[in-house]
Design a protein around this ligand. Structure first.
Ligand SMILES: *[C@@H]1O[C@H](CO)[C@@H](O)[C@H](O)[C@H]1NC(C)=O
Ligand SMILES: *[C@@H]1O[C@H](CO)[C@@H](O)[C@H](O)[C@H]1NC(C)=O
Ligand SMILES: *[C@@H]1O[C@H](CO)[C@@H](O)[C@H](O)[C@H]1NC(C)=O
Ligand SMILES: *[C@@H]1O[C@H](CO)[C@@H](O)[C@H](O)[C@H]1NC(C)=O
Ligand SMILES: *[C@@H]1O[C@H](CO)[C@@H](O)[C@H](O)[C@H]1NC(C)=O
Ligand SMILES: *[C@@H]1O[C@H](CO)[C@@H](O)[C@H](O)[C@H]1NC(C)=O
Ligand SMILES: *[C@@H]1O[C@H](CO)[C@@H](O)[C@H](O)[C@H]1NC(C)=O
Ligand SMILES: *[C@@H]1O[C@H](CO)[C@@H](O)[C@H](O)[C@H]1NC(C)=O
Ligand SMILES: *[C@@H]1O[C@H](CO)[C@@H](O)[C@H](O)[C@H]1NC(C)=O
Ligand SMILES: *[C@@H]1O[C@H](CO)[C@@H](O)[C@H](O)[C@H]1NC(C)=O
Ligand SMILES: *[C@@H]1O[C@H](CO)[C@@H](O)[C@H](O)[C@H]1NC(C)=O
Ligand SMILES: *[C@@H]1O[C@H](CO)[C@@H](O)[C@H](O)[C@H]1NC(C)=O
Length: 607
């Protein structure tokens, strides 16, 4: 009976949440898998389709969510349960992944090929997860085959619960900006280029919120391009969340004449410091507080420009939006604010990265301070040194490697293979150091020990910037420097207030070291966020198995899990989506909740 009450309460809470968020009610069956009753539910119903857009003046096919490009921002709160019904209206398989959302104890919801079978074209699939003990700015995107290069991304804003203090005053407004390099070729053409052994070359531009640049220069920017405008009031302070959702270009973000007070990086409150500009690498997210303290003699430029490239060649690869005060006296004009000058200050960007530290006294999702986990005094139990190399020929294909391994996803997701005891799908022999053995294409993963403490050192032997991301965790970024990492490099680690984040940059010819507490059971993707490096094989998985096993520390496989590869015979056919829509459309609006509860009772108690 307790269960019934919990269900009904959840349904009522859900109804309220759904009304508040103007989201649709559906997926009653999912309620039977409610794990923690009491935490509210938020429902999203997403149709992922193609649409034509011309962000740089050239019409092309982009990926939209409910006809939006970029997709909607999921505005939720710590510990909420999120239910997302995703309809794949593309002509190819789809998975959405939730960058920075830790999916605690449930890699089943992670939306990458090591944990999930792809949602076939024309099918829908419902994700359900809890944003347990998380707070901050994250984003979602389609994880397969360069689809992110065509869109399909959007924000995840996890607000604090009311009982948790935030280390700054409530801002007067909240903006989310997606910045990213952009190609006029669609993702299938880009994929073909990589398959043929070509390089993607220079992007055609940088988009801000799916829009091209403001016409700051009539030679560089054609007429008639739609650009993004941020409307503000003088004197107010806004939180601006910036996500680099691009393909492979690091971007320098700046707002003309305005200071950017950095307050958060991927879920960690940082020591608050002003920057005139900040490098944001592919896959990274951060929040700034920006005070509208200028005289509004004109609008101001908001710039995201390509970094570490030849700027005279890459001068079109610049995103420009407009910051418009309500009392502005005219349009923005003149040159853009200057980017940093690496010629005179080679370590500018790395020093800036090192200046981003955790505020150890701020509370995060939980009341205890972020600094209460004293990572600096924990002994490392495992160490992996991962060296990338520029793409090269492996078995006749142009591939990218980590420690000589170019990962190739098997047809059967690793986690499913484990559960159903299918041997030989993948191996555990990922080398813990760079080797001299010839490179190979395979599915080799890291055997990580649950409750261990792992040190991962990324060594970038390529000539371009890379960023790496670990699903399921947030990592302490304890050090980075040029040259080769050595044991002595540990002496330079920040053991006190290193920022903890999910995506770290690794400068060319340099290393970055992270420490990770392996407290989340599952199989977790470790990947290059640069789409070309990732597609060409720079990824692996950390298998963090708990000896206590399945359905103890780890949540059981969801009822709606898809099957494929060696397990494809277990997959039932799906009712064509058109029929589902018809039947749900016959339910009158007001009867929906009652029907839902009835359905729940039926589903939960039919043996
Ligand atoms: C991508 O572009 C190619 C060439 O223009 C076109 O044939 C193809 O249909 C496009 N595919 C998608 C998915 O947009
Ligand atoms: C997001 O949710 C928070 C907390 O519920 C609310 O204060 C805020 O107005 C919402 N933001 C948007 C853009 O809807
Ligand atoms: C597909 O969506 C329908 C509603 O449109 C829902 O009833 C059904 O549960 C979904 N199927 C899956 C596998 O999530
Ligand atoms: C750190 O967090 C504390 C607690 O919220 C706050 O009072 C302080 O201003 C923050 N300090 C910095 C430098 O960000
Ligand atoms: C516009 O850009 C071109 C090419 O970089 C440059 O030569 C020109 O001076 C710029 N025009 C203005 C008005 O800044
Ligand atoms: C950041 O700059 C603003 C002005 O834009 C200033 O009011 C504020 O005190 C500065 N904060 C810090 C921590 O330097
Ligand atoms: C507004 O600020 C700009 C830049 O600081 C300055 O050049 C200009 O003279 C100011 N205008 C007024 C009306 O104060
Ligand atoms: C940038 O490209 C231009 C044009 O190809 C070339 O002349 C210049 O030497 C390059 N600059 C650098 C720093 O490589
Ligand atoms: C860490 O290792 C050192 C030396 O091996 C040992 O003395 C110490 O007790 C260990 N600390 C913990 C917390 O296990
Ligand atoms: C993985 O590591 C654990 C220790 O953490 C060990 O017990 C187990 O045998 C290893 N598994 C394989 C397949 O190497
Ligand atoms: C890559 O590794 C080789 C061999 O160790 C070294 O000579 C070279 O300098 C490295 N390049 C970069 C960019 O790190
Ligand atoms: C998980 O464990 C619970 C409690 O022991 C049990 O009722 C449930 O049937 C198990 N679920 C699965 C899928 O094994």
């Amino acid at each position: 009976m307790v269960m019934v009450m919990a269900m009904a309460a959840a349904a009522a809470a859900a109804a309220a949440a759904a009304a508040a968020a103007a989201a649709t009610m559906f997926a009653a069956a999912m309620m039977c898998t409610v794990v923690i009753a009491g935490d509210p539910f938020a429902y999203f119903d997403w149709d992922v389709s193609y649409a034509t857009a011309a962000p740089l003046g050239v019409p092309q096919q982009v990926i939209t969510i409910n006809k939006q490009f970029p997709g909607p921002v999921m505005n939720i709160t710590t510990n909420w349960n999120v239910v997302v019904n995703v309809l794949n209206n593309l002509d190819e398989p789809l998975l959405l992944t939730w960058d920075g959302i830790q999916q605690r104890k449930s890699c089943w919801q992670d939306g990458v090929l090591g944990t999930n079978c792809a949602i076939p074209s024309g099918w829908n699939w419902t994700y359900q997860f809890q944003v347990k003990d998380q707070i901050g700015s994250f984003f979602y995107f389609p994880s397969l085959g360069l689809q992110r290069a065509a869109g399909g991304f959007g924000g995840i804003t996890v607000n604090n619960r009311d009982v948790i203090p935030v280390p700054f005053g409530k801002p007067d407004g909240d903006f989310t900006l997606f910045i990213g390099d952009w190609y006029s070729k669609n993702h299938s053409e880009l994929r073909k280029m990589l398959d043929q052994g070509e390089d993607l070359g220079m992007p055609n531009g940088v988009l801000i919120n799916g829009k091209g640049p403001y016409r700051y220069n009539t030679t560089l920017v054609p007429d008639g391009i739609e650009y993004e405008t941020i409307n503000v009031e003088p004197g107010k302070t806004y939180r601006i969340r910036v996500h680099n959702v691009g393909v492979s270009t690091s971007l320098n973000f700046r707002i003309q004449d305005h200071n950017l007070l950095l307050v958060e990086a991927e879920g960690t409150y940082t020591v608050q410091q002003n920057y005139t500009n900040l490098d944001i690498h592919v896959g990274q997210s951060c929040s700034f507080l920006v005070t509208m303290d200028q005289n509004a003699s004109s609008d101001y430029y908001v710039v995201a420009s390509a970094r570490f490239v030849n700027e005279s060649l890459w001068n079109r690869v610049t995103g420009v939006a407009v910051l418009h005060y309500s009392n502005s006296k005219g349009e923005a004009s003149g040159p853009l604010p200057d980017p940093p000058n690496d010629f005179y200050y080679k370590s500018y960007s790395m020093n800036q990265a090192k200046s981003i530290r955790m505020n150890v006294s701020a509370g995060a999702a939980r009341p205890n301070p972020q600094g209460s986990f004293k990572y600096g005094s924990i002994n490392v139990t495992q160490m992996y040194q991962l060296r990338n190399e520029p793409p090269r020929l492996v078995s006749g294909k142009r591939r990218a490697t980590l420690n000589g391994i170019s990962y190739s996803p098997p047809d059967t997701p690793l986690r499913l293979a484990d559960l159903y005891n299918k041997k030989g799908v993948y191996t555990f022999d990922f080398p813990n150091k760079p080797t001299n053995s010839p490179p190979s294409i395979c599915a080799s993963v890291i055997n990580a020990s649950y409750k261990g403490f792992i040190e991962i050192v990324f060594q970038n032997n390529d000539t371009v910037m890379q960023s790496y991301h670990l699903d399921g965790y947030s990592s302490f970024v304890v050090g980075m420097d040029y040259e080769e990492w050595t044991e002595n490099s540990r002496n330079s680690y920040n053991k006190y207030d290193a920022v903890s984040r999910s995506t770290v940059q690794v400068f060319p010819g340099a290393w970055t070291a992270v420490l990770v507490s392996l407290d989340n059971v599952g199989i977790w993707n470790l990947r290059a966020e640069n789409l070309d490096s990732w597609y060409l094989g720079q990824e692996t998985y950390l298998r963090v198995a708990d000896p206590a096993g399945y359905n103890k520390t780890e949540l059981p496989i969801p009822d709606n899990a898809l099957f494929c590869g060696l397990l494809k015979d277990k997959q039932k056919a799906q009712v064509p989506h058109g029929d589902q829509q018809k039947s749900s459309a016959t339910v009158p609006g007001k009867g929906k909740l009652l029907l839902l509860i009835l359905l729940l009772l039926t589903l939960c108690f039919v043996p």
